[in-house]
Design a binder for this molecule. Structure first.
Ligand code: ATP
Ligand code: F6P
Length: 473
């Protein structure tokens, strides 16, 4: 994605504690990084803890406490300095300056500094009038914060509520007409935008307008094994193998079992025969997206990896060198695919339960968005055949479960060859856990109640992501 050369944007969050500012910052960062835009979050709360320690009680945040006020300002200035340095030294494009920034004077200070360095400022204000949601936010993310480590949970809730009261005393919502801002009221049920300029700011606004926090799951499955998979051929539009058809039959029960109490689901496929056939037995609304078609291998479509290595040795080596950026002759690169999937991601953010029946490269790209994988790792993510992946968004990250159906299928994953080794020679061991995560529980448990019509066993693997984060001030 191209941006104006030299355009640098500081997205500055505004709002009371526990109104989703950090979640918003992290999501915008992940989205832009996925699109290839150099983006970073500067969380002032982390600076505050580093400079002044983690165990500050609510009176530290009292606007009538001059020591607290000075210390908080110090943390804000440190984060600001680092942000400006990052823009210059790392050619940063978008920074998320994550703090409460709830007074005019604090925002004026940020505006003045950013102006000096030719950085545009876009405010993202979150207003949440729903007391029960704020309480839920406190319980779900604040109690696990280092601020309240080893504190009795009830006491921690009371302290955090008192912190909010202090902020409310000094809080000034944004009203200045000359400022660039988006105001999200009650999780986007009302959105006010002002003075939004340029492509990148519009993208961020559009993205923010599509976010919701209602519980839901996103399921991924590759199509059942295809005839081309069996022959080791890339691309094409072949039918399912007998085992692939069996897998398609096993899907309805597997999905119903893991949808929980809901029967609300929409199935998205590509326009290719193998994904549509895999969805055949699922009795949910379906939508076929052209944007979900497999990465186009151009002149190599229909060839095996061995044939490509023989006929296009240079291309083959170049792909191993930089798989994300390598574009097949007359075809696509992973980078191209990420850009064509952007509308899919936007729509996914809007939706509730979705099952995507897709292809290896496509699902790698979508999975990398949710699980925050780098472009370098993305083309090697393992998305095996005959496996359903369930992602459930939690406070700051997604929980992952994998259900492997016991119907054999070929392995189409080609690992990255070791540096310097001939492409065919020794390969790196497969990356076992394709998430930068802690495997919290890995259990092999054939689903006792999953006696579906083909008698397939299912192996469940649970993984969970961990992200450190904390309150903004
Ligand atoms: P602090 O100022 O203490 O850093 P914060 O405003 O950064 O707090 P978060 O830590 O991001 O708040 O709170 C995360 C919680 O907020 C999550 O449980 C998430 O579901 C919820 N949330 C996300 N977006 C919103 C929103 N727009 N309004 C209210 N809550 C939201
Ligand atoms: O082999 C199955 C397949 O979906 C091909 O159609 C596609 O070219 C390939 O996977 C993508 O995987 P990789 O980028 O690792 O070659």
């Amino acid at each position: 994605m191209s941006t104006n050369p030299g355009s640098r944007i500081a997205c500055v969050t505004v709002g009371l504690p526990a109104t989703g500012k950090t979640l918003i910052s992290q999501k915008v960062c992940r989205y832009l990084q996925w699109l290839g835009i150099t983006t970073k979050v500067f969380n002032v709360g982390n600076y505050r803890r580093k400079l002044h320690g983690a165990h500050q009680l609510h009176d530290f945040f009292d606007p009538a406490n001059p020591d607290g006020e000075r210390s908080r300002r110090e943390a804000a200035v440190e984060a600001l300095k680092d942000m400006i340095y990052w823009f210059k030294k790392e050619q940063g494009v978008v920074a998320l300056y994550d703090a409460t920034n709830s007074t005019r004077s604090r925002r004026d200070m940020l505006l003045a500094e950013c102006k000096k360095h030719d950085i545009q400022v876009m405010f993202i204000e979150s207003v949440c009038e729903d007391e029960s949601l704020v309480l839920h936010n406190i319980m779900s993310v604040k109690l696990s914060s280092p601020d309240y480590k080893d504190m009795d949970p009830e006491q921690a809730v009371e302290d955090f509520k008192a912190r909010i009261v202090h902020y409310r005393e000094a809080y000034e919502t944004i009203t200045e007409e000359n400022l660039t801002y988006i105001k999200l009221i009650n999780v986007g049920s009302q959105v006010i935008i002002n003075h939004i300029q340029g492509y990148l700011q519009s993208r961020i606004v559009y993205y923010l307008m599509n976010l919701h926090i209602a519980p839901r799951s996103i399921f991924f499955s590759r199509h059942g094994e295809s005839l081309y998979n069996v022959m080791g051929k890339l691309g094409g539009d072949s039918d399912l193998s007998a085992r692939g058809k069996q897998y398609a039959k096993s899907l309805p029960l597997l999905i119903a079992t893991h949808l929980g109490n809901s029967d609300q689901l929409t199935v998205w496929t590509s326009t290719m025969k193998r994904t549509i056939a895999t969805a055949e037995h699922l009795k949910y609304p379906k939508l076929a997206w052209k944007a979900l078609d497999e990465l186009d291998a151009g002149v190599c479509d229909g060839m095996t990896y061995e044939e490509i290595e023989e006929q296009y040795p240079e291309d083959f080596a170049n792909r191993d060198e930089d798989k994300f950026n390598y574009r097949y002759r007359g075809g696509e690169s992973y980078r191209d695919v990420v850009l064509r999937l952007e509308p899919v991601i936007m729509e996914l953010e809007r939706q509730r339960n979705i099952l995507i029946i897709g292809h290896q490269a496509i699902l790698r790209c979508i999975y990398a968005y949710f699980m925050n994988h780098s472009h370098e790792k993305l083309p090697y993510i393992k998305i095996p055949l005959h496996t359903v992946i369930q992602l459930t968004p939690r406070a700051y990250a997604c929980e992952e479960k994998r259900f492997k159906v016991d119907i054999e299928a070929v392995d189409t994953h080609r690992p990255k060859p070791k540096a310097g080794a001939a492409a065919k020679a020794t390969v790196e061991p497969a990356v076992e856990t394709p998430v930068e995560a802690t495997v919290s529980d890995t259990s092999k448990q054939p689903l006792a109640d999953a006696s579906n019509d083909i008698g397939a066993k299912i192996t469940t693997t649970t993984m969970s992501t961990t992200t450190f984060r904390d309150s903004a001030f």
